[in-house]
Write a protein that binds this ligand. Sequence first.
Ligand code: NIG
Ligand code: FE
Length: 412
Amino acid sequence: MKTDLLVTGVSQLVTAEGAEAKCGRAMSALKIVSDAAMAITDGRVAWVGEASQWSGEAATTINVGAAAVVPGLIDPHTHAVWAGDRLADFEARAAGATYEQILAAGGGIRSTVKATAAATSEELVALAKPRIAALMRSGATTIEVKSGYGSSMAAEMAMLEAIEVLAEDARMHGGARIVATLLIHLPPTDAAARCGYVEQVCRELIPEVARRELASAVDVFVEREAWRVDEAEEICACAQRHGLGIKLHSDQFHSVGGVELGVRLGALSVDHLEAAGEAQISMLAGSKTIATIVPGVSLHLGIPAAAGRKLIDAGAAVAVGTDLNPGSSPLYSSAAALGLAVRMNGLTAQEALVAGTVNAACAVGLSDRGRLEVGCVADFLVLDSGDWRDLIYRMGTNPVREVWVGGKKVGA
Ligand code: NIG
Ligand code: FE
């Protein structure tokens, strides 16, 4: 075999096998090849195995010096585009106010909506770039980015256009791959205007977003302080009619039917789940919908952690994301999200890696990544260790030495 690039000197090459989401016990199964090598052609994995078994020819060979190699992480849930800050919320919460109280009083997300609306598109892009770069340095090679800080059709479109600019910039300059989601976050404060907003989202926004391919999925925040299940269902059904995937922010503070709706409609994922109980867990275990957990929120807001252990023991497929956003999770490291999922949600290191790679890829509807198998995109990480578990174990330092996207070293 002739190949563009051969990566050698790999102490351990670690990957899940097979494109499908891993449920329950299958989340523990990793293939670990010691003293491995990987061949890459046209930006895709062409061969993986023990280095001693390689017999092809490579245009270029690089030796990573006895480091562990894992698939690039997929961060399946971020709100990386925003303006303003939430430092006042942080202080108010330290003084005893809760996230929901601040939101109900017109602050929280609504203050970020105001600041984001006041920013130009160029400003939004400039603000988001270093956040995406930080996630990438921490190992994310595919990053889902949501809109959702718009309070009008125009503001949501402006956010999606900013995300498109970020995605194009990454494509041109070899950055992390960006996947866009339209998030219908908060209803208008005027109760009478809610119905009209849903109608406008379905009549104008979703068709336009689908036509211009500005997002591959639509997400709705289902919560006491946000959208009701019937409203979310109308929006999701419209998204599906337009060929878009669906996701829900669900069961974050209260279990009000979001999981049930997501499972019934075949959502790609339901995300958060801090307040999900036994009924929601067994429903997810019997479904194809991915349970995406976001431990940064539990850490930052001091709310209960989602029952990751119970979800996996029941047979669900769990993914992990940072939920990077200014209000509930200012977590700029995708690797740290996996480490937190072990410490806070009861996952093992093996399950956390699966949750942050192949399962996270499924949560954003992609099947060609999150694994180092022949035919997959050659997105991988060279760790700052010979043992892959340091990716999950180390805290407060970056366990990732090199990030490779499509067979090219980022920043090289
Ligand atoms: O995923 N809870 C809903 N939405 C975001 C938070 C956004 C914010 O607080 O600005 C979340 O937690
Ligand atoms: Fe979120």
